[in-house]
Design a protein around this ligand. Structure first.
Ligand code: COA
Length: 527
């Protein structure tokens, strides 16, 4: 049942604020889609190349959903938004696959530090959920000016490919253009390789490097052209006439994988009873004002049906069972921000129950962290918070996290933040995440600075303190915002609240490709 008053001023103000944030989000996504900008896009087209997103569209089943991941990677850094690669989960011949497509319009599709993080994240998703990995390759390899950030950790990209294969998870490389130096190991370590005639160039060293190394005057096509690899070296399994042909062959390869889902099949699906549009008007602009997460839950779960667990105990945390697109789930959602001992114990028990039942968990975050103060310390808040964190850390059922509002302090950990490896983590535009709120953080620095001055027997510089506070508050606020955090790959994307059900449904479906994990063995619970 919903108590949301959709005719009130509060609702209208919240909705307007969320729509304004979504307009900013659209503008940032547009930057990612623009890739290297008109000049490079036109040059690429003039050469007959398809753009990364066009390649993906032709690869996946018509009208199927593509769940793009980390589109804002690199935001707020010196590199273009999107980080010169497109990643996501798409359906090819009925099989959910992780797709990684270099964007050749951005610095020749070369890999910068954010491209690397994004590519590694995609491989982790493939491994955890047993999804075949398809690389659409056209890349100048390492971004040479930042090679120090990528050369050594970048080896993991290739290691991941062969570890996926060893785990029985198929890997496919469709090579559209340059795949040079380290990049040559993408086809080298993939199970299936397709190269486009006259376009694919795969060599450990291009002609200039060969000349430097051995003095040989090598010719590009003989050194690493698609024909050569298909007829002479055997690195290519298929020679494609053009890009469309390569994508067609890629689809046939996936069809012949006979890849089967190992997880449980979902049950029948029922739509929620309330309109998803109303999700825009739930989170207040000022995150200090609490909101009822049940208003979110009824708008995202099947039939709006939510069976609450321990509704009368530890009421700052809402826990309970529901179905989402036919998948059974357990939900933990913050109600009033702060987590007390009762909430922590309730969470630990609920997580154990979900593990007994092998039911995936969805965390809906809006937390300012665990309660501080003498009474709470004496009441064992550290022990109880640790109990919750222990349960989250060792739980083996799949976790999905959505940061709706605040995500501060150890609340971020207990509610399965990024470091706790949820299978997927998405953020709403209203979210904010930091070790603590900007005003609290600046205030703590001020108190510490004042005490230090007193200890040195000096007067405290009050004007300097005010300026410091203002500067720190502004910095922490900027660093808490979703675009900034998404730019650093601390989530898998910032989503429109109205898409939450669809995104979680796609994630639960992806998760179901892997078998139900072994039951959890928890660490010692400090009672
Ligand atoms: N690192 C950094 N920037 C790179 C780059 C790399 N590895 N590869 C290309 N770029 C830049 C180019 O300098 C150029 O920048 P500009 O337009 O500002 O001058 C832009 O990306 C486009 O490159 P360009 O060579 O014009 O594109 P192309 O489509 O004709 O050729 C490549 C693409 C990848 C074949 C070619 O750029 C190349 O051979 N790059 C170097 C490959 C290499 O040896 N990498 C070493 C990997 S360890």
């Amino acid at each position: 049942m919903s108590r949301l008053d959709t005719s009130g001023d509060d609702y209208r103000a919240r909705r307007a604020a969320m729509l304004a944030k979504l307009a900013e989000l659209d503008a940032e996504h547009a930057r990612a889609v623009a890739g290297g900008g008109p000049k490079y896009v036109e040059r690429h087209r003039a050469r007959g190349g398809l753009l990364a997103r066009e390649r993906i569209e032709l690869l996946v089943d018509p009208d199927s959903a593509f769940l793009e991941l980390s589109p804002l990677a690199g935001w707020g850094t010196e590199f273009p938004v999107g980080a010169s690669v497109v990643t996501g989960i798409g359906v090819v011949e009925g099989v959910e696959c992780v797709i990684v497509a270099n964007d050749p319009t951005v610095r020749g599709g070369s890999t910068n530090p954010w491209t690397l993080r994004k590519t590694l994240r995609a491989a982790d998703i493939a491994l955890a959920n047993r999804l075949p990995l398809i690389n659409l390759v056209e890349s100048g390899g390492a971004d040479l000016p930042t090679q120090k950030e990528i050369f050594i950790p970048g080896g993991r990209v290739f290691r991941n490919l062969t570890r996926l294969s060893a785990a029985g998870i198929p890997t496919v490389a469709l090579v559209f253009g340059s795949s040079t130096a380290g990049g040559a190991y993408v086809p080298g370590l993939s199970d299936h390789v397709v190269m486009v005639r006259e376009r694919a160039k795969v060599f450990l060293g291009g002609p200039p490097l060969v000349k430097m190394a051995t003095g040989e005057e090598a010719e590009e096509e003989a050194l690493g052209g698609a024909e050569m690899h298909a007829r002479v070296s055997g690195l290519a399994d298929h020679l494609a006439a053009d890009e469309h042909d390569a994508l067609r062959i890629g689809r046939r390869i996936v069809r012949n994988l006979n890849h089967r889902r190992a997880g449980p099949a979902p049950g029948p699906v029922r739509e929620p009873r309330h309109d998803a549009d109303e999700l825009l008007g739930i989170v207040p602009e000022d995150l200090r004002v609490p909101f009822d997460p049940r208003e979110v839950i009824v708008r995202i779960v099947d039939g709006g049906e939510f069976d609450e667990f321990k509704p009368l105990y530890g009421t700052s945390l809402v826990t309970g069972w529901a179905r989402l697109h036919g998948h059974p789930i357990g939900i933990l959602a913050n109600a009033r921000g702060v987590l007390f001992s009762e909430e922590s114990q309730k969470a630990a028990q609920f997580i154990q129950l979900a593990n007994q039942a092998r039911t995936p968990l969805v965390f809906l975050q809006n937390t300012t962290g665990y309660m501080v103060g003498t009474d709470y310390e004496q009441g064992g808040i550290i022990k109880h918070g640790s109990m919750m964190i222990n349960a989250v850390a060792n739980s083996t059922v799949p976790h999905l996290t959505v940061v709706m509002g605040a995500s501060y302090g150890a609340g971020n950990y207990g509610m399965c933040g990024r470091a706790y490896d949820p299978r997927f983590l998405f953020t709403w535009p209203s979210a904010k995440s930091a070790v603590m709120g900007p005003a609290q953080l600046a205030g703590v620095l001020s108190i510490v600075g004042r005490a230090a001055a007193r200890a040195r027997g000096q007067d405290y510089d009050e004007a300097g303190d005010a300026a410091m506070r203002e500067m720190v508050e502004r910095q922490i606020e900027a660093e808490s915002l979703p675009f900034f955090l998404s730019g650093r790959l601390y989530d898998d994307g910032v989503i429109d609240p109205r898409d939450t059900r669809t995104v979680l449904g796609l994630c639960l479906s992806a998760v179901g490709n892997a078998p139900v994990p072994e039951p959890a063995g928890f660490g010692v619970f400090r009672m």
